[in-house]
Design a protein around this ligand. Structure first.
Ligand SMILES: Nc1ncnc2c1ncn2[C@@H]1O[C@H](COP(=O)(O)OP(=O)(O)O)[C@@H](O)[C@H]1O
Ligand SMILES: [Mg+2]
Length: 257
């Protein structure tokens, strides 16, 4: 679980001119209108933007959950558009850890059963025993390992979901509003954890959020508006989250997409 043992560290993510349209009855929504974005290996990046700006569509496209209408996604040297659905699923299971706002834990399974599920579905259940204990320790949920989701707090459930995302040792972690269901103190603890995972283990982490207090933990903020990248900035250029918030609100209000 440290950088030395983490396989395949050279995993930059690149999107080239992604477009995605959704049909809604008679009308067509263009969720992505030519999005080109490069995230380097080991970078911790936030994607921000108002509701409906295309953040989730971009993240899901990078994860291979949604296929773009045009453009392509490259993860390390793999062009996702060249993979069949079955190969894409296997690629995702092995290379990408996904975390969602709603945790998406299986209610009838314990924490440890939820966490090891991705290894079982990938035919690698034999690796579960070695990997589980360090992960439970690292995420501070060892005492909750036999609890079911309904017996855990929101923060604990999200830690279980993060452990589930990390059990396959993915080089890339994609998180969609991971703190959106948590109170602010718990949300900040989850952010600290993601930053540590990024720094200690050199994983690439891309987090979608509309909260500046979450984005402030990352290195770089990419701002989306109406299906396009509006601008981006480095968090180090701001002395504190309040200054970052002011800047974010200014760029979203001022610049046309
Ligand atoms: N499966 C879908 N079917 C139809 N429209 C969708 C679908 N997913 C997203 N959209 C539309 O695409 C746009 C971008 O959505 P989304 O990527 O979810 O934005 P965000 O995550 O920034 O709130 C919105 O107008 C949304 O309604
Ligand atoms: Mg969304």
């Amino acid at each position: 679980m440290n950088a030395a043992t983490s396989p395949d560290l050279q995993t930059p993510v690149k999107t080239e001119n992604l477009t995605k349209r959704f049909r809604q009855g008679e009308s067509v929504v263009e969720a992505l209108k030519g999005v080109s974005l490069t995230v380097r290996t080991g970078e911790f990046v936030a994607i921000m933007g108002a509701s409906g700006s295309g953040k989730s569509t971009l993240l899901h496209t990078m994860a291979g959950l949604t296929r773009p209408d045009e453009g392509r996604v490259l993860i390390a040297d793999t062009d996702l558009s060249t993979l069949s659905d079955a190969k894409l699923t296997r690629f995702r299971r092995r290379k990408i850890g996904l975390v969602f706002q709603a945790f998406n834990l299986i209610p009838t399974l314990t924490a440890e059963e939820n966490i090891t599920m991705p290894l079982l579905t990938d035919g690698r259940g034999g690796q579960a025993a070695d990997r589980l204990d360090p992960l439970l320790e690292r995420l501070g949920i060892a005492a909750r390992r036999r609890h079911r989701p309904d017996a855990m707090s929101g923060g604990e459930q999200q830690r279980v979901a993060i452990a589930r995302a990390l059990i396959t040792d993915p080089a890339l972690v994609l998180a969609d509003e991971p703190t959106g269901s948590l109170d602010s103190v718990t949300g900040q603890a989850i952010c600290r954890l993601m930053k540590e995972l990024c720094e200690e283990q050199k994983r690439t982490i891309i987090v979608v959020t509309h909260e500046p207090s979450v984005a402030a933990w990352t290195e770089r903020v990419v701002v989306m508006k109406d299906g396009r990248i509006l601008t981006e900035f480095r968090t180090a250029d701001f002395p504190d989250p309040a200054a970052l918030t002011v800047h974010y609100q200014q760029v979203v209000a001022a610049k046309p997409a």
